[in-house]
Structure formats: C-alpha cells, structure tokens
Design a protein around this ligand. Structure first.
Ligand SMILES: CC(C)(COP(=O)(O)OP(=O)(O)OC[C@H]1O[C@@H](n2cnc3c(N)ncnc32)[C@H](O)[C@@H]1OP(=O)(O)O)[C@@H](O)C(=O)NCCC(=O)NCCS
Length: 182
C-alpha cells in the first residue's frame, strides 16, 4: 500500500526556510535514540544539515499528508575530493571509490514520522529523491546496529560495499551501500 503522499521538491536555495521543519521532524524521529546516543543529538544533526544544505547540489524531498509533513530525504552529489570514503575500513578497489564530482549521489538522510511508517511513504520519498538523477550511482551509510534498516535498503536494490566509520566524533560503524542508477 502507498499513502499517496504529496512530494515537494527543494534545493539549497530553500535551506533556510526548510531548516526548522527538518530539525523538528528529526528531533521527533530520533528522540529515543538521542537519549542514549550522542551521535543522534539534534545539535550534531543540525551542523550536518547546515553543511549538506549549503552545497549547491543539495536536493531535498518532503512528503506531505494534507498539511502534515510525514518525513523527508535529502542528499547531494559527492565532490571529487569528498571525504565520504575516508572512513572506509574494508579493502575495496580504489576504482570503486574514485569520485569525479558527477559520479555519485549521496543519500544523506531518510526519515519518516511513526504514523506513516510501513505505508510506502519511505520508499516514495527515496524514489522521488533519486528519480532522474544524472549520476551513475547513489551511496548511503546505514548504522550496523540497525540490521532491519540495512535489510530494508537491500530489499530496495542497494548493495553493501563494506564497513565504514566516518571520521566524526562518536560516529558508529556503518555499512557503506551503493545503488546503480538508471
Ligand atoms: C528507515 C525508515 C524511513 C523506513 O521506513 P519504512 O519503510 O516505513 O519501514 P519501517 O519503519 O517499518 O522500518 C523497517 C524495520 O526497520 C526498523 N527500524 C527502522 N528505523 C530503525 C532505527 N533507526 N533503528 C532500529 N531499527 C529501525 C523498524 O522497526 C522496522 O522493523 P520491523 O519490521 O520489525 O517493524 C523509517 O523506519 C525511519 O524513519 N526510521 C528512523 C530513521 C532512520 O533510521 N533512517 C534511516 C537512516 S539510514
């Protein structure tokens, strides 16, 4: 079943206007996690959001059920010198992680408020964010402590590349994943 949520699309020019909504939804979705995990705190997320949304290539989709925001997804293309792969711990052919600035779209965040879980809204946001992207592939990081989310992404066609721990304070161990586009 899909919810038939309405998708609104944004880019870096809307970052300031969107920021309060994105932080409000994050704080709600990650409220439990933030109680025990410093990496899930709103302040750290806000710094990350500001960094991502300042990039000219940043894109964001927000899902609406009537006038209620149900969740969102955002990301941006990786720059040629992006630090994204810097924390990779697995032995991977360097050709796979070579970036050109136009090769890879990084899906940085995907979250849906609880009442709209298991309705298809998350997949709808995911697909809307990646629809029509010119890059050859997308990448994301999923926390290895969340095996069900990892399995969900696999069910959506994502492939696991290896282990990655970003060089950020308190960062957990992630699965780095890739999805071929087009
Ligand atoms: C990830 C998400 C968008 C998927 O939404 P969905 O397609 O409707 O799928 P569900 O919410 O049913 O999640 C699938 C399973 O993963 C589990 N899961 C989801 N997020 C989780 C998290 N942050 N930590 C641990 N488990 C999680 C769910 O409990 C569910 O397990 P279940 O089938 O036993 O009930 C949504 O669960 C969400 O917003 N989660 C919190 C934010 C998050 O973790 N985003 C992903 C970052 S990589």
């Amino acid at each position: 079943m899909t919810t038939g949520i309405a998708i609104r699309r944004y880019d870096h020019r809307h970052a300031a206007e969107l920021r309060p909504l994105l932080l409000e939804v994050y704080a709600e979705v990650y409220a439990d996690a933030a109680m025990s995990d410093p990496f899930a705190g709103v302040d750290r997320f806000a710094r990350g959001l500001d960094g991502w949304s300042a990039r000219p290539g940043w894109t964001c989709v927000v899902g609406y059920d009537g006038d209620q925001a149900v969740g969102y997804a955002y990301g941006a293309p990786l720059a040629a010198d992006a630090p994204w792969w810097g924390g990779l711990l697995s032995d991977v052919d360097p050709a796979i992680t070579a970036e050109t600035g136009s090769r890879t779209y990084a899906l940085s965040e995907l979250m849906v408020r609880t009442p709209w879980r298991k309705t298809g809204a998350a997949k709808q946001l995911h697909d809307a964010l990646l629809e029509g992207r010119p890059e050859e592939r997308a990448t994301l990081l999923v926390d290895q402590g969340h095996p069900k989310v990892h399995a969900l992404y696999e069910s959506w066609g994502w492939q696991t590349l290896g282990n990655l721990r970003p060089r950020i304070k308190d960062a957990p161990l992630f699965h780095a994943m890739l999805l071929p586009l087009c």
